[in-house]
Design a protein around this ligand. Structure first.
Ligand code: C5P
Ligand code: MG
Length: 191
């Protein structure tokens, strides 16, 4: 059984940065759904490259069959990690249903780490971060925020109802955010 922590929050809320620190210090393996999709987009011979590119530019969500297969493969190829940080997933109802269908009995959701941050600040961070992403421009960001507000936030609310959400405010320095994150892991995941 894989232990899983889902990491959610608006684009630019610091998911990747915080997950890297958790991986380094707490021994969880960081799996970013977006990174896995970008790697699959680049993979020679991938039949999904064009489809993934289209969704990434539009800020829309790739069908779960593709994303969940990438996540499950990555987990199975990671040896016996104490747990996985599944960053940027599940992003919509399709992601959630597909995960439940494919991963029930194989993965245990420990909790959902919700990095909350006012959207205008997140947008500014994305425009400033200069990672050369094809979707860190104003037009794509507008669509990504739409997707977050209408599709992802309801998924966070769903987990909230099940008592699984641990919210950490991320409009702060990395050190301050990370200190609270460590608290959350100490309380819930028995690191
Ligand atoms: O999480 P990140 O910002 O890296 O995601 C970039 C893009 O990858 C999203 O806007 C979306 O198009 C795609 N994605 C997806 N399904 C996920 C995660 C990311 O389709 N679960
Ligand atoms: Mg990311």
């Amino acid at each position: 059984m894989h232990n899983v922590v889902f990491v959610l929050g608006p684009p630019g809320s610091g998911k990747g940065t915080i997950c890297a620190k958790i991986q380094e210090n707490l021994g969880y393996v960081h799996l970013s759904a977006g990174d896995l999709l970008r790697a699959e987009r680049q993979r020679e011979g991938s039949e999904f490259g064009a489809l993934i590119e289209q969704h990434i530019r539009n800020g829309s969500i790739v069908p779960v069959e593709i994303t969940c297969a990438l996540l499950e493969n990555a987990m199975n190829n990671s040896g016996d990690a104490k747990g996985f940080l599944v960053d940027g997933f599940p992003r919509n109802e399709d992601n959630l249903q597909g995960w439940n269908k494919q991963m029930t009995g194989k993965a245990l959701i420990q909790f959902v780490l919700f990095l909350s941050c006012p959207v205008p600040i997140c947008i500014q961070r994305c425009l400033n971060r200069g990672q050369g992403r094809t979707d860190d421009n104003e037009e794509s960001l507008k669509k990504r925020v739409e997707t977050y507000n209408h599709q992802t936030f309801p998924i966070i609310e769903h987990f909230e109802k099940n008592g699984l959400v641990r919210e950490v405010k991320s409009e702060r320095s990395v050190e301050e955010i990370y200190a609270d994150v460590v608290e959350v892991f100490n309380q819930t995941a028995k690191v």
